[in-house]
Structures are given as C-alpha cells and as structure tokens.
Design a protein around this ligand. Structure first.
Ligand code: F6P
Length: 357
C-alpha cells in the first residue's frame, strides 16, 4: 500500500483543487494500492492530527473549483520551532502524526513560507514532494506558479472595467493589485489592460516622475489615466529607510495603503480627481483560468511521478517551458522578484508605460 499525505497551506489560490486532482488521478491511475490522507487547514492538520482518508471520488468534479477542498491556514515558518500555547512541539507533533499514519510521503502545496516548512520537514527526515502555489509568482526555482495567471485575469478585468468609467469622467484611477513583496501580478495585469503607469516594489517610485507622466498625458489631451499599483509599491524615499523606520512610518500613516497616499499626492499636485479601486481577495477567488488548470494538472502528474519513483525532497517546477523539479533545499527561503532590467520592463518602457523611476 502506498500511503500519501496531502495538505494545502498559506493563502489559497484558484487551482489548488486542480493540482490535487492531478496528483490523485495520476497516482490512482498508476497504482492499485493508493491511500491518500488529506490534512485539514494546512500544517495545522498535520500538527494536531486533523485528517481524513480521501476517496477517489473526492477528487472528481473539482478541476474548475476555486479554493481548496482541504482548507488552508497560515502557519508562519518562524513560529514552527516555537511551542504552541499548550507547550506542544509542532515539529515533533508533525513527525509523530506522519509516523503514526505510516505515510510513505507527504505532498505539500504552498508558497514561500510553506516551502520553507516543507524543507524543514525534509531535513527532519520526512519524505516530501511539494507543488509551487501562489498568485504572487514569487517562488524561486520555477518560472511560473499556479494561481498566478488566474489572478492576473481578475486584476486585468478590474482595470478593463475601470477604463470605461475613467474615460467617461476624465479621472485618474488607481487600481491596487495584490503583491506585497513582488509586482508580478501588477506588471502583467497592467500591461494586459493598458495601464499608463505601473508601480511595483522592485522599482521604487519617485512621485515627481509619476506626476510628470500624468501631466504629459493631460497635455496630449488624454482626459484620464490609469495606474496599476502593487500593494507593496514603495517610494524611493521610503525604500531608503531601515525596516524599523519604515514600519514605524507605516504605523503612523493616515492612509490605509500606499495607493491612498499616491492618490492624495496626485490630487494635491495635479488638481485631477482621483479614485481608488482595490480588487483585493477577488484576485484569489473564482474558477482557475484554463492556463492554470493545465499547469496545475501537469504539476500534479509530475508530483505523482516523483512519488512513484521515490524521488523525494523536491518541488515540481516549470523551467523553460518544461515541467521538471528542483531540490527543496535550493528553493526554501528564496524570493523570485522582477529584475528591473528585464526584457518585459524594457519593452513596457518603450511603449511609454511609466514606472515612476
Ligand atoms: O500571498 C498571496 C497573497 O494574496 C498576497 O498577494 C497578499 O498580499 C496576501 O496573500 C494577503 O494575505 P491574507 O489572505 O492573509 O490577507
């Protein structure tokens, strides 16, 4: 009997179910004797022994369903070695449940923090195979993560909708897109939907440059402008602060997010009317786009292949358009951010899109 544990951890995304279905279908198809044990709400289920034995039918009809049939939660990596409020050693508890359930391996679907814990479990001797999930697309070791394209679709649709009303009213609109540390969704959605200015964490902005760009558009007779701004967009001035100074400044800020600060500055300096739209968690919801369905199904099949071949300690990945895998030890703790000098940024600049730099 092949006994495989499975869990989804961290912020959810649209094609987690499609990915789990991919793993399960490929396993059931390759072996007669497979038992999948699903842990509920991410690592929490593995720590506290909340699990259920899955049936083959549990994985049917979920290809197009958003969310995760197993539930998810955030269990910060930095707290994994810290005992819980009852003094429970979380890492020992996870190892003990893994052993008690006689698992051959555990499949872990998640983003950056999740991969760090997956690597910790590998170091502790567990057989782990992981899948790269996050709308943010910021996982090192893979060219793309599942969830990203679906989130780009939602964000691009939001900007599309804003276009018509921005033009009718001659206003400046800011659409705040998810991504605290990286600007992948903002960059792609901004280009896809024709944003005039794109502000991302990787390129700290100069508000004077943003205003200059808006004034240039006004001079050309354009009565509206659209900015796609990442949650984590940061001014040059703030980027120069220490982490501690920046945290304090944010805590004292009268604005709920960076978009409101930028919006206020634009209104003050251009006299143009500004509106702000935050699609927020809509970017993580709904049905996965066809690209993500294909990607996560292929990732799932590759995870099953690794399990059958006992190639543990790896995260499945996409590299140069090929499905492959990378050692978890290489992935853990590394962020894949946008290189400000990369081709897509250069091309966007050629089109006249402003990045505030
Ligand atoms: O990591 C995915 C993500 O959606 C980020 O883009 C966003 O900043 C964050 O999660 C939101 O987290 P939460 O769902 O915990 O509010």
């Amino acid at each position: 009997m092949l006994r495989v544990g499975m869990l989804t951890s961290g912020g959810d995304c649209q094609s987690l179910n499609a990915a789990m279905r991919g793993v399960a279908k490929a396993l059931y198809n390759s072996r007669k004797d497979v038992k999948i044990i699903g842990f509920e709400d991410g690592y929490k289920g593995l720590i506290y022994g909340n699990y259920r034995e899955m049936k083959e039918s549990d994985f049917s009809g979920i290809l197009t369903e958003g969310g995760t049939i197993l539930g998810s939660s955030r269990q910060p990596f930095k707290l994994m070695r810290v005992p819980d409020e009852n003094g429970l050693d979380k890492v020992e508890a996870m190892k003990s449940n893994y052993t008690k359930l006689k698992l051959d391996c555990i499949v872990i679907l998640g983003g950056n923090g999740t991969q760090k814990t997956a690597n910790l479990l590998r170091e502790e001797g567990l057989n782990v195979v992981s899948l790269p999930k996050t709308i943010d697309n910021d996982l090192w070791g893979t060219d793309i993560t599942f969830g990203f394209q679906s989130a780009v679709n939602v964000a691009a649709n939001a900007i599309d909708c804003i276009h018509t009303t921005a033009s009718s009213h001659g206003r400046v609109f800011i659409v705040e897109v998810m991504g605290h540390k990286v600007g992948w969704i903002t960059l792609h959605a901004g280009i896809a939907a024709g944003a005039d200015i794109i502000l991302i964490p990787e390129i700290p902005y100069d508000i004077d440059k943003v205003i200059k760009k808006l004034n240039e558009r006004s001079k050309k007779g354009k009565n509206f402008s659209i900015l796609a701004v990442a949650e984590g967009a940061i001014s040059k001035e703030d980027a120069a602060l220490s982490k501690k100074e920046f945290k304090k400044k944010m805590a004292d800020s009268p604005y709920p997010s960076v978009s409101y600060k930028i919006g206020h500055e634009i209104e003050e300096r251009t006299g143009q009317e500004v509106r702000i739209t935050v699609p927020g968690h809509m970017q993580r919801g709904g049905s996965p786009c066809p690209y993500d369905r294909v990607l996560s199904t292929m990732f799932g099949a590759e995870a099953a292949r690794l399990i059958i071949n006992k190639e543990y300690g790896k995260m499945v990945a996409m590299k140069n358009n090929e499905i492959t895998s990378v050692p978890l030890s290489e992935v853990a703790g590394k962020l894949k951010s946008i290189d400000p000098e990369c081709a897509i940024i250069k091309e966007a600049k050629l089109l006249g899109i402003g990045f505030g730099d």
